[in-house]
Design a protein around this ligand. Structure first.
Ligand SMILES: Cc1cc2nc3c(=O)[nH]c(=O)nc-3n(C[C@H](O)[C@H](O)[C@H](O)COP(=O)(O)OP(=O)(O)OC[C@H]3O[C@@H](n4cnc5c(N)ncnc54)[C@H](O)[C@@H]3O)c2cc1C
Length: 267
């Protein structure tokens, strides 16, 4: 399956909205979850093939010539126009997904697989809490839009600065807290956790997710469980990426990290 770029524009200095369309998406079927992702395949600069490509053909190539898979959230799927919207973090002149998005032009093609499911706001919750960085903003925005009307939705998002903030909408009663890195590169692991710890204690049953940088999501998870703010079965914690590692290096250690996180003392 592949999409052709219909439009690409900066939502913020660090987030690019890419809308894909065309006959290559004819087989795209959205699942039930509010938070779903597609596996996108980004080509290395001197790839001796183009999109669409056959998996068997690229699999036979040397590693550095094969496409680089990256998971990206389905920000929106317009079933009538058959257009898929992805919001991709442009994080400097590194990485395959970020650089592709920053340079994307109408007509560019992106091969993808999926979608697969993630989190769905629990229908029986009294309130919702969604926490993450720019990479989680598409999931946060999609889930804020999918909660039952009238319920409380608290969102905590880390971005670089005020220019990184976007308009969010929800049928719920939405409260958004923006956390700014403000040029800092070190000591970021607890930034979101401190913001979450400072929130007023929610009443009733909470459904929550925390997605984004691995150490940050882990720190937030610890706070949420230690303080008893969310029951473990209503908390989704997804370490999307790890500072200092590309996705290949991160995927090699991710399972061990997730196991260690599950064993974190939270009592
Ligand atoms: C289920 C799921 C859904 C996701 N949805 C989205 C989404 O909708 N939008 C999105 O942008 N990302 C999303 N991500 C995260 C994305 O897959 C990773 O951030 C991926 O590493 C980006 O690939 P890249 O090729 O740009 O950078 P890589 O080649 O993986 O990394 C290059 C360098 O950039 C750093 N880096 C990677 N991501 C970021 C970042 N966001 N900010 C700062 N530095 C970074 C790495 O640590 C490394 O040093 C999702 C991940 C998962 C697992």
């Amino acid at each position: 399956m592949y999409g052709e770029v219909v439009s690409a524009r900066r939502l913020t200095p660090h987030l690019v909205r890419v809308v894909l369309g065309g006959p290559g998406l004819d087989d795209f079927v959205l699942g039930e979850d509010a938070d779903q992702y597609v596996n996108c395949f980004f080509l290395p600069d001197a790839a001796p093939y183009s999109v669409p490509f056959e998996d068997e053909v690229v699999r036979a190539l040397p590693r550095e010539q094969r496409p680089f898979p990256r998971r990206i959230t389905v920000r929106a799927w317009d079933a009538e126009r058959r257009e898929l919207t992805l919001d991709i973090a442009a994080h400097g002149d590194v990485g395959y997904a970020g650089r592709w998005a920053a340079r994307a032009r109408a007509g560019d093609r992106l091969q993808l697989r999926g979608p697969a499911g993630g989190y769905r706001p629990h229908a029986d919750a009294d309130s919702y809490l969604f926490v993450g960085d720019e990479s989680a903003l598409p999931a946060i925005a999609a889930c804020a839009e999918a909660v039952p009307a009238g319920r409380r939705v608290v969102v905590v998002v880390e971005v670089e600065d005020a220019a990184g903030e976007v308009e969010l909408g929800s049928p719920g009663e939405l409260e958004v807290h923006w956390v700014h890195r403000a040029g800092r590169h070190d000591g970021l692991d607890d930034l979101l956790a401190e913001a979450v710890a400072a929130l007023p204690r929610p009443a009733g049953v909470v459904s929550a997710f925390v997605h984004g940088e691995a150490a940050e999501t882990r720190a937030v998870r610890r706070v949420l469980l230690r303080e008893g703010l969310v029951e473990q079965e209503r908390l989704s914690c997804s370490p999307y990426w790890r500072r200092g590692m590309d996705d290949e290096a991160w995927r090699a250690v991710k399972a061990a990290w997730v196991r260690e996180t599950a064993a974190d003392p939270v009592g």
